[in-house]
Design a protein around this ligand. Structure first.
Ligand code: HSE
Length: 309
């Protein structure tokens, strides 16, 4: 096989309480890459459709950086050509850079005969995140590559755990058409964390994981609380409190910022409620006169997938 086409999905990182450690994959949108082996020893990015301002230089484009990290680990000099089609808007808060990095490493791994497991690919895609945001966080790339809900139990050494989640769990994500760079959204966070807030936060992370495994929707809802990051970042998102209130009133289990924003997500039990949440979120931004996109999706248990040659 000399060429492969891969789709990697958008993701919701943090999932309220799990800053940099929790994430989940959506069914859509996603990025697509077509990667082919070449006889040169170079990684070349030929096009970046739908986001022409992203760099084509493989040392500056997250997909190129992720592929090079993988090749370095193998000590391989194989050359590749990559064409990227962005389905996830940069700066949306649903893992745009992660979807590109994830698709790229899954494609190259496939063309090399799968020397790495899906979990092992996460560390290479993290190099793409480092290039985009300054920090090699894994909470978007892990679910995009592995699918489902993921927990980064440890960064050193990297320990990614895929968590079972109940079938009726749906996500509704609204993206007000503004761009927030993750790099900037991380700068506004203070270095330290108050002990009483930490206690609340790690109680909720444990509660959310327990709720997912035991399919206890009330516990999931009670645990979707972020007392550390949301109070700071929500100020950057117009209408945040109104959207959150409307989301909860429409029946969602919980609501918070998706990744570094400006997207806002709600988790619901069942599609019907997720669609009511969609209406409620849309109404707020329609009244505000802010353009938006909304995605309604189950948790995508598969993650990145080969979709052709
Ligand atoms: N955990 C990262 C952050 C996710 O919140 O900065 C970025 O999508």
């Amino acid at each position: 096989m000399n060429q492969v086409k891969v789709f990697a999905p958008a993701t919701i990182a943090n999932v309220a309480c799990g800053f940099d450690v929790l994430g989940l994959a959506l069914d859509y949108p996603g990025d697509e890459v077509v990667v082919k082996k070449t006889d040169s020893h170079e990684v070349v990015i030929t096009a970046c459709h739908n986001a022409e301002n992203l760099p084509l230089d493989a040392d500056k484009n997250v997909a190129g950086v992720a592929i090079k990290a993988l090749l370095n680990k193998l000590g391989s000099k194989q050359g590749f050509e990559l064409e990227l089609t962005k389905g996830v808007k940069p700066g949306s808060g649903i893992g745009s850079s992660a979807a590109s990095s994830a698709a790229a490493v899954v494609a190259v791994n496939e063309l090399l005969g799968n020397p790495f497991t899906r979990k092992e690919l996460v560390e290479f895609a993290m190099e793409g995140e480092k290039c985009a945001t300054g920090v090699a966080h894994a909470d978007n790339v892990a679910p995009s590559i592995c699918g489902g809900f993921t927990l980064v139990r440890s960064y050193d050494p990297l320990d990614v755990i895929k968590i079972d989640s109940p079938d009726e769990l749906w996500a509704t994500v609204i993206h007000p058409q503004l761009e927030v760079k993750t790099r900037d959204a991380r700068r506004v966070l203070k270095g330290g964390i108050d002990l009483s807030k930490a206690i609340t936060q790690w109680g909720n992370v444990g509660g959310l994981v327990a709720g997912l495994y035991s399919k206890d929707y009330d516990l999931i809802g009670r645990s979707l609380v972020d007392v550390v990051i949301e109070p700071i970042r929500s100020i950057l998102i117009p209408g945040y409190e109104k959207v959150k209130k409307a989301t909860i009133n429409a029946g969602a289990l919980g609501c918070s910022i998706s990744g570094s924003g400006p997207s806002i997500f709600g988790l619901s039990r069942g599609e019907e409620t997720a669609l009511k949440v969609k209406e409620a979120m849309a109404e707020v931004y329609t009244q505000f006169g802010v353009d938006f996109e909304i995605h309604v999706s189950q948790v995508n248990s598969e993650g990145a997938k080969i979709i052709g040659e």
